[in-house]
Design a binder for this molecule. Structure first.
Ligand SMILES: Cc1cc2nc3c(=O)[nH]c(=O)nc-3n(C[C@H](O)[C@H](O)[C@H](O)COP(=O)(O)OP(=O)(O)OC[C@H]3O[C@@H](n4cnc5c(N)ncnc54)[C@H](O)[C@@H]3O)c2cc1C
Ligand code: FES
Length: 297
């Protein structure tokens, strides 16, 4: 995680949207992946070639005033053209409220306003074993990240270099089997995919943290980097497990956001300071990815 910058200025952040662009884009496809879960694809070469795993976009339906505010959505993957240059973006979303429900009804050709790339993204820290832990819709940032760690894809401008991991695993927990979204993509990428469900309809009948606990036992003594995204109680439990197993852990917070660019302070989280105190940090410009050991849950 980056620590450079004007540390004496409490408003300083390393990831202001200085390199972000705003574009009106047309939906290329909007397909259902699972219950209440869709993947929307749109061409936007300027964002596609800059964005890195863990970064996000703000998205609005074009010419719609309700909802007025854009919503943050993480990169699922970029789509390369025939020359291997990323030109389009895939976002996977769960239908929850006004924006995502209306988005699910949009057909190819419908327009969206998007701006990004935003936030810090996952730091490309070298590790022997990348363990990604997802709860609910929290799996969305991990296709791109895992592909990057397996040397299959590069992201960013210039393309960022990530030291190849020996193994990439995904522990993915859902309420029920019909909510699983993207598993064929994760398996095709070669991740070691381990599933859990609350109702026992797929994989381990229980919590995703049970899967993580087993994996941390299996990899004892190896260099592990755990990355996590999902509901806050799950991320807190993952952070505790990682502390017990002396594994590094980064979490991607999903706090509601109004502006996405550091102005409104609607997205703050409590983060520990070097002197042991805590301070509010804006998830949109100082996150969404934080060192789990620094979050005050
Ligand atoms: C960095 C980041 C990345 C994200 N990435 C993704 C992603 O990749 N995919 C994804 O699906 N989501 C992602 N999210 C979450 C996503 O931004 C939210 O789910 C988004 O707010 C949905 O917008 P909406 O308009 O559909 O729902 P909202 O209207 O914003 O509603 C969100 C929740 O609030 C509830 N709600 C709304 N109005 C009310 C009300 N009046 N009273 C009580 N409850 C209410 C809804 O039922 C719902 O549970 C991300 C969030 C962040 C911060
Ligand atoms: S969403 Fe406005 S400051 Fe983060």
């Amino acid at each position: 995680m980056t620590t450079s910058g004007c540390l004496d200025n409490p408003l300083h952040a390393d990831y202001y949207a200085d390199r972000a662009v705003q574009r009106r884009v047309a939906i290329v496809e909007n397909v259902r992946l699972a219950r209440d879960t869709y993947r929307v694809r749109f061409a936007c070469p300027e964002i596609a070639r800059r964005i890195v795993p863990g970064q996000f976009l703000m998205m609005r339906l074009a010419d719609v005033n309700d909802p007025l505010l854009a919503r943050p959505l993480a990169l699922y993957d970029t789509v390369p053209d025939d020359d291997g240059v990323s030109t389009a973006i895939d976002i996977v979303y769960l239908t929850l409220g006004k924006m995502t429900r209306r988005l699910a009804e949009c057909a190819a050709g419908a327009e969206l306003d998007v701006w990004g790339p935003l936030g810090n993204g996952f730091p490309p820290e070298p590790t022997e074993h990348l363990i990604m832990v997802a709860g609910g819709i929290g799996q969305t940032p991990f296709l791109a990240l895992g592909q990057e760690y397996l040397g299959q894809r590069q992201y960013g401008e210039p393309p960022r270099r990530v030291v190849r991991a020996k193994r990439v695993a995904l522990c993915y927990g859902v309420r029920a089997a019909d909510l699983l979204a993207g598993v064929p993509d994760f398996e095709a990428a070669g991740f070691d995919v381990r599933l859990s469900s609350d109702d026992g309809s797929v994989g381990h009948h229980g919590l995703v943290t049970d899967l993580l606990g087993r994996m941390l036992e299996e990899t004892r003594g190896e260099d592990r980097l755990v990355v996590c995204c999902g509901p806050e109680p799950m991320m807190e439990a993952v952070a505790d497990l990682c502390r017990l197993h002396a594994a590094r852990c980064a979490v991607s917070l999903e706090t509601p956001m109004a502006c996405g660019i550091g102005i409104c302070f609607s997205c703050v989280a409590k983060v520990r300071q070097p002197d042991g105190s805590w301070d509010w940090k804006r998830t949109c410009v100082e996150g969404p990815v934080f060192d789990a050991a620094k979050i005050v849950w």
